[in-house]
Design a protein around this ligand. Structure first.
Ligand code: PGA
Length: 250
């Protein structure tokens, strides 16, 4: 398969400040190269940097996304939170929802479903993360968990045009350990088959996230059902991020 139009989502988590912004100069440069014109790079910095990233990337093909949002669509008394309208207003086009680090802070499937609906109504594209913990994997519950996360997370949603699903095994995030190929293929295929059963679900892209780096990327891109990657730690260093992108493209 040709993987020219893959997604590369840089999840900066709770890292970065104003002086980190110039570190993406080389990534902006890369997107001007014809060879990479079809790839989709999405930077997801912390909320405080969204606007600066939008400004910085405005003449490039790089998109900007937030890492979470409140489930309330309307403005309201929710101290410490921001809603999908505010993200849209910042000029960002994407939002990550259901990331395991947000689930750890209390986001449950039902809340994530509300957040997805809110983000859809604000016309954002959603990167919907799912994945099993190490214990769930050990107890052979992976498919059960993925099934539930998809069922509840996408409940009563009819239009999937703006939804991307990211498979991120929790035990792989930040650990340097990635699933064995057979295991990954099996889980990605499980997700693919499940999404295919939804009306127009065949078009939903599936990303992989969890310890993606320049050493394991070749192996990962060999799995044709993967349409792109969420890169955490390695995306903070633009040299490493570029290396990952370059090695992914034929
Ligand atoms: P990692 O993070 O690449 O540092 O494992 C990925 C993620 O949390 O999305």
């Amino acid at each position: 398969m040709t993987n020219n139009n893959m997604y590369f989502v840089a999840n900066w988590k709770m890292y970065g400040n104003q002086s980190s912004i110039s570190s993406i100069n080389n990534v902006i440069k890369l997107t001007k190269d014809k060879k990479f014109r079809k790839i989709r790079i999405v930077y997801c910095p912390p909320f405080t940097l969204l606007r600066s990233f939008v400004e910085k990337t405005k003449n490039s093909k790089i998109y900007v996304g937030a890492q979470n949002c409140h489930y309330e669509i309307e403005y309201g008394p929710h101290t410490g939170f921001i809603n999908s309208k505010m993200i849209k207003d910042s000029g960002s086009k994407f939002v990550i929802l259901g990331h395991s680090e947000s689930r750890r802070e209390g986001d449950q499937d039902k809340i994530i479903n509300k957040k997805i609906k809110s983000a859809l109504s604000s016309n954002l594209k959603i990167i919907f993360c799912i994945g099993e913990t190490f214990n769930e994997k050990k107890n052979n519950q992976t498919k059960f968990v993925l099934n539930k996360q998809i069922n509840v997370g996408l409940e009563k949603i009819k239009n999937f045009k703006n939804i991307i699903v990211a498979y991120e095994p929790v035990w792989s995030i930040g650990t340097g350990i990635i699933p064995k190929n057979v295991e990954l293929i099996e889980n990605i295929n499980f997700i693919r088959n499940k999404l295919n059963k939804l009306k127009n679900g065949k078009k939903i892209k599936i990303l992989y996230g969890g310890s993606v780096n320049s050493k394991n990327i070749k192996n990962l891109t060999a799995i044709s059902e993967i349409n792109g990657f969420i890169v955490g730690g390695a995306s903070l260093n633009s040299k490493k991020f570029i290396d990952i992108i370059k090695k992914s493209i034929n």
